[in-house]
Design a protein around this ligand. Structure first.
Ligand code: FES
Length: 254
């Protein structure tokens, strides 16, 4: 694990709630796996040691950049999302386990994300594509403006979209999308709201496709110390921050 002061090189407001931060440092960034996360310190608040877990959205090796997609939903994330180009963010990284890669380079991978849960799927999709896998993204949101980084996703695979109000793509939830009817995938990885991931897990079980889910359990310390992220599994209570956040759905009691 590293504790790094990373410099903000870009701040892109994607919609009213979500901000994409691009961070760098002079030395090469450490290796990070898709699905791992970063604990970012919240500065300029009374709670000096507060950190927020933010999943790794992308690592641009050429530019030596780490991308974090920040959903500004509370005071901590609002502070982080309000940084400016030239500021530094203190980051502990990389944390957690990350997604498993497909067993074969000919495997077809389906990556299903909802809301800001799409974030880690961008880096994972890029890495799967680099290994030769065919990547399909299925991304869902409430409305068209909830769907983030669509043009970037399209660089690494085919992108299908659902919105609850029908303003983009097929109307409904990701698990109702018509591409799931003709399942030709060898592996599914998912990240997003729990009800969505439970529905994806149900689909994967019925279709007999291996599936991993990245849990968005509440996290504080990120280090296995506070136990606020515990998930009940077939192997007992496991900390999502150290044993996850990615779990094989076979282990989950959903
Ligand atoms: Fe503290 Fe997981 S976040 S134990």
């Amino acid at each position: 694990k590293f504790v790094l002061d990373l410099k903000v090189v870009a701040v892109e407001r994607l919609n009213a709630k979500n901000v994409l931060l691009k961070l760098t440092q002079e030395a090469p960034l450490p290796d990070m796996n898709p699905g791992q996360f970063v604990e970012v310190r919240v500065d300029n608040t009374s709670e000096t040691y507060l950190r927020r877990p933010i999943s790794i959205n992308f690592v641009d090796k050429l530019r030596n950049e780490l991308w974090l997609l920040v959903a500004t939903i509370g005071d901590g994330t609002r502070h982080i999302g309000a940084v400016k180009v030239g500021d530094t963010l203190n980051c502990v990284l990389p944390l957690g386990n990350g997604f498993s890669y497909p067993q074969s380079s000919t495997d077809k991978v389906l990556l299903i994300g909802g809301g800001v849960g799409v974030a880690p799927l961008l880096y994972f999709g890029e890495q799967c594509k680099a290994r030769g896998n065919e990547v399909t993204f299925l991304l869902g949101g409430r409305t068209a403006t909830d769907l983030l980084e669509l043009d970037t996703f399209k660089q690494y695979g085919e992108v299908f979209v659902t919105t609850e109000d029908g303003s983009l793509g097929e109307k409904g939830y990701v698990t109702n999308h018509s591409i799931l009817q003709k399942c030709e995938f060898n592996q599914i990885s998912t990240c997003g709201p729990k009800p969505m991931m439970i529905a994806v897990a149900k689909y994967a079980r019925a279709a007999d496709v291996p599936c991993e889910a990245s849990l968005e359990n509440l996290m504080a310390c990120g280090l296995g110390a506070c136990l606020c992220c515990v998930e009940k599994t077939t192997e007992g209570n496991l900390c999502a921050c150290t044993e996850g956040p990615v779990f094989d759905i076979k282990k989950l009691l959903w």
